[in-house]
Design a protein around this ligand. Structure first.
Ligand code: FES
Length: 104
């Protein structure tokens, strides 16, 4: 029986900075290397997320988070919005947990 991986949403990301995004609607799991953004990984997998500035300023890429804890690196969300951990900007933000579950 395959192991249920979603417990990884409680595990901190490793020192290598690599984490997994799980797309809950399609069930896809994609690995995000330290030198790529979530958005780049999504695009490479053919997942279309609208984006504009690529720098965490405009909010165009804002994506709902349903599990795990984002590592917010944007300047778009307010501190309170960031602390809610229910959305993040995949063009620049990363993950504090080994798995980040996205509502796409
Ligand atoms: S594309 Fe502008 S915040 Fe991500």
């Amino acid at each position: 029986m395959s192991q249920h991986m979603n417990e990884d949403v409680d595990m901190p990301v490793g020192s290598d900075g690599v984490f997994t995004v799980e797309l809950v609607k399609s069930g896809q799991r994609l690995q995000v290397p330290a030198d790529q953004t979530v958005l780049q990984v999504l695009e490479a997998a053919g997942v279309d997320v609208p984006m504009s500035c690529g720098q965490g300023i405009c909010g165009t890429c804002l994506t709902r988070v349903v599990g795990g804890v984002p590592d917010h690196r944007d300047m778009y969300l307010s501190g309170e919005e960031q602390d809610a951990n229910d959305q993040f900007t995949p063009c620049c933000s990363r993950s504090k947990t080994a798995v980040l579950m996205l509502d796409i």
